[in-house]
Design a protein around this ligand. Structure first.
Ligand code: FAD
Length: 347
């Protein structure tokens, strides 16, 4: 027997919880399926020193304030606590330890198939599974011939294992810069990237940049109309990161041209032994459970418009980067998209 549900949300991180909030606010009864034991998403897996780039004031999901000093930049563990509180406050049916293996499209609905569990029928499915489970490892020249450790930022915790080593961090985004600067206090570090790092001041004219993005409308501006599609996210900086790079701790170089054995070849032709490479090269949507039904393109990206599937009626997405705006995949912005997707799926 397949139980029938009006709404099934796959993933119980901030995006899944925001989707459940939007369904409930619209009078529905969502069932949230979460693979892990807690509905707190990937936050506990992020590196130990991580503090939010958004102040608490701009880090809440709909309906429940983050709490505490609104101007502070909360630590990773505070987000885990906040999401735990949020899930309790929400009072919806969250089923943890339930990893969805696939979704099958049928006549007028879907069948959601959890690993080793009972199938669920669903009138509408919202996929909200983030990307942390699918770290992106680009095809760098010679990477397969490099014999040292190659670690993705998803596996990086703290600098202790790299004490005294020669390390190359690949990337130019927030994680790349934060990890490289942290490591540079313990190791000799180069930040290697194809493009230079683009800094944006964290507090222009004494106000956090999120305040400016909110009052000017940049935060909500529709991607593709106002904002260019997927422009690279800038690195938010109080001045500390720029100063560290200017001081050469870490130094910044154009991307290396090759790897071989234990050595890296730089763009000027010089070769140098290195101990480890850290790839801070981002993530891809983790939506493998939608592949068989044909909802994804050949690169594994969802085929959608503003979070509404263009292949299957009744299927939506929440929490994709650039889904509708700059803030789509953030604590402050995901609720807006969730409300939009639920409204459109109902209609
Ligand atoms: P996740 O947190 O990844 O949650 C997805 C959930 O889906 C997980 O719990 C997972 O177990 C579950 N899942 C996956 N597959 C399945 C399946 N098949 N079946 C069932 N469940 C499944 N945003 C901000 O607003 N401010 C910040 O300061 C900030 N800093 C960040 C720093 C880093 C290093 C990173 C990587 C991101 C940061 N973000 C920040 C962006 C974003 O807020 C986080 O990535 C956030 O975790 C995304 O939430 P999510 O719910 O979309 O995905």
């Amino acid at each position: 027997m397949v139980s029938m549900n009006e709404w099934v949300v796959v993933g119980g991180g901030q995006s899944g919880l925001a989707a459940a909030w939007a369904v409930k606010a619209a009078g529905g009864r969502p069932v949230v399926l979460e693979a892990e034991e807690r509905p707190t998403g990937s936050w506990a897996g992020y590196y130990d020193s991580l503090t939010l780039f958004s102040p608490a004031r701009f880090s809440s999901l709909p309906g429940l304030a983050f709490g505490g000093d609104p101007e502070r930049y909360p630590h990773r563990d505070e987000v885990v606590d906040y999401l735990t509180r949020y899930a309790e406050w929400l009072q919806v049916d969250v089923r943890t330890g339930c990893r969805v293996e696939k979704v099958v499209a049928g006549d007028g609905g879907f069948e959601v198939v959890p690993e080793g569990g009972r199938r669920l029928g669903a009138g509408r499915v919202i996929a909200a599974t983030g990307g942390f489970g699918t770290p992106h490892r680009p095809a760098l020249p010679g990477l397969d011939r490099f014999t040292g450790p190659v670690v993705h930022a998803a596996e990086y915790r703290d600098p202790t294992p790299y004490e005294g080593q020669r390390v190359v961090v690949v990337g130019a985004g927030n994680s790349a810069v934060q990890i490289a600067v942290e490591l540079a206090g313990h190791a000799r570090v180069t930040l290697a990237s194809r493009k230079p790092v683009r800094f944006v001041p964290q507090r222009p004219l004494g106000r956090d940049v999120h305040w400016w993005w909110t009052v000017t409308g940049v935060d909500r501006a529709p991607v593709g109309r106002w904002l260019p599609q997927r422009f690279s996210t800038p690195v938010l900086d109080t001045g500390v990161y720029r100063a560290a790079i200017q001081a050469g701790r870490p130094d910044r170089r154009p991307m290396f041209t090759g790897l071989d054995g234990i050595a890296v070849t730089w763009s000027d032709g010089s070769r140098e032994p290195v101990d480890a490479i850290v790839l801070a090269t981002g993530y891809r949507p983790g939506l493998g459970y939608l592949e068989a039904m044909g909802a994804l393109d050949s690169d594994g990206y969802p085929q959608h418009r503003e979070g509404l599937s263009t292949t299957h009626r009744g299927l939506g997405y929440v929490g994709l980067e650039w889904q509708r705006s700059l803030a789509s995949a953030t604590l402050r912005g995901v609720g807006r998209d969730a409300r939009y997707v639920v409204r459109r799926l109902r209609g």
